[in-house]
Design a protein around this ligand. Structure first.
Ligand code: GN1
Ligand code: MG
Length: 369
């Protein structure tokens, strides 16, 4: 197996004992690597970067290196005053001193330090967890907020640009395969109507950016709940992982993504739409946790768009899953037929629930901002 021969090329002592696939993640392939020496055990995370998604994996690694170096420094500087031990994985070099290994098929592999004694969850059911998710995102955004964006490459052009996803969806709809899938399923037809009714809303953040109301900053890009690591000993959030999409963007993409994944108790993969809703108690907790860190760098305009970002990122992900289903599952990994359609149903049901709670969500934001 290729992964095994790759696993021994990083600068970690010991003989390889096991390579365990870690299921989470819709894009990259991830393994936990276990090595043993005569005296101890070493573990680290090995990942194959999905080249269909990330066309320039070297740029992904370069961003990851500079941002983690910066963040590690900031964590160290603040360690004396912190209420917890913040962590962030580091890129483990290869034995030759590089940041990644390219295999014989041209695939890129990287090694990251494992944040031991932490775990993450697919779903959130208690406000304490949502609060930690908000806090972890706010902390990450804060410690990278002074990193110059012109030193970051755009690893995924178009990522979170909602009007561009709508454009891709329109392109996909022109193909025969998409037309067939759409007409064969009443659910798909229903979703397409849902999207149609929201075309005017899709440009809201990009318009605010062009108008100078919002500005680009370094962002995480993918702060979904499974990327928020919770310390098993203290129950506190101590780390955010999955730094592929760190790049210049709007902090709103992150806030919206954290809320859509951290305040829907049913999670992304449920098939029971009745269970899907935006839980206001979870939302209030997440907002509190986020603002505890983010209050200092948010502008008045930033605050004005926080509610819209939640609605938009949820709609956007629904649209992305839906377009991928119609295109024949070319982007997100799937394990059963129709999974991307189901994921789209969940996100669009969540979007509807968010719309129904707009007044209450805005009131919560006003109370805490
Ligand atoms: C993908 O790889 P993963 O599972 O962390 C996707 C995110 C979506 C998420 C939905 C690069 O993230 O944008 O929100 O799936 N990442 C990319 O589960 O497209
Ligand atoms: Mg990711």
């Amino acid at each position: 197996m290729i992964a095994e021969s790759i696993a021994t090329q990083f600068d970690v002592p010991g003989r390889l004992v096991a390579l365990q696939p870690i299921g989470a993640g819709n894009v990259n392939d991830t393994y936990r690597v276990i090595l043993r020496t005569t005296f101890s055990e070493e573990q680290y995370i090995l990942q194959r970067i999905n080249r269909k998604v990330f066309k320039d994996p070297a740029a992904v690694m370069s961003n990851m290196k500079v941002v983690t170096d910066h963040a590690h420094r900031r964590i160290e500087e603040e360690a004396g005053e912190a209420d917890r031990i913040w962590q962030l994985p580091r890129v483990i070099p290869t034995k030759g001193g590089g940041d990644y290994v390219v295999d014989e098929n041209g695939e890129y592999w990287r090694a990251l330090s494992l944040i031991a004694s932490t775990t993450s969850y697919e779903k959130v059911s208690v406000p304490e967890h949502a609060l930690e998710a908000g806090r972890v995102l706010g902390h990450f955004q804060r410690i990278i907020s002074d990193f110059p964006i012109d030193e970051l490459e755009d690893t995924l052009p178009g990522f979170h640009i909602a009007p561009a996803y709508l454009g891709q969806y329109d392109e996909v709809l022109k193909s025969d395969g998409a037309k067939q899938r759409l007409s064969a399923s009443s659910e798909a037809t229903r979703l397409s109507r849902f999207v149609e009714g929201r075309r005017d809303f899709v440009g809201i953040l990009e318009t605010a950016l062009s108008a100078g109301e919002l500005q680009l900053r370094p962002i995480h890009g993918d702060p979904k709940i499974t990327n928020v690591m919770i310390d098993k000993l203290t129950g506190k959030g101590t780390c955010i992982v999955d730094l592929d999409t760190v790049k210049p963007g709007l902090i709103h993409y992150d806030f919206g993504d954290a809320v859509r994944s951290g305040c829907n108790p049913a999670g992304e993969e449920t098939s029971d739409l009745e269970e899907v809703f935006l839980d206001l108690d979870l939302f209030e907790a997440l907002v509190k946790g986020y603002l505890a860190e983010a209050k200092g760098f948010l502008t008045e305009s930033d605050r004005q768009y926080l509610f819209d970002s939640v609605r938009l990122i949820t709609l956007e992900l629904g649209l992305r899953f839906f377009a991928d289903y119609l295109a024949g599952d070319v982007y997100f990994k799937t394990s059963y037929e129709g999974q991307n359609l189901n994921r789209a149903r969940v996100q669009l049901a969540l979007c509807e629930s968010i719309e129904a709670r707009e007044g209450k969500m805005r009131a919560i934001l006003d109370r805490h901002c």
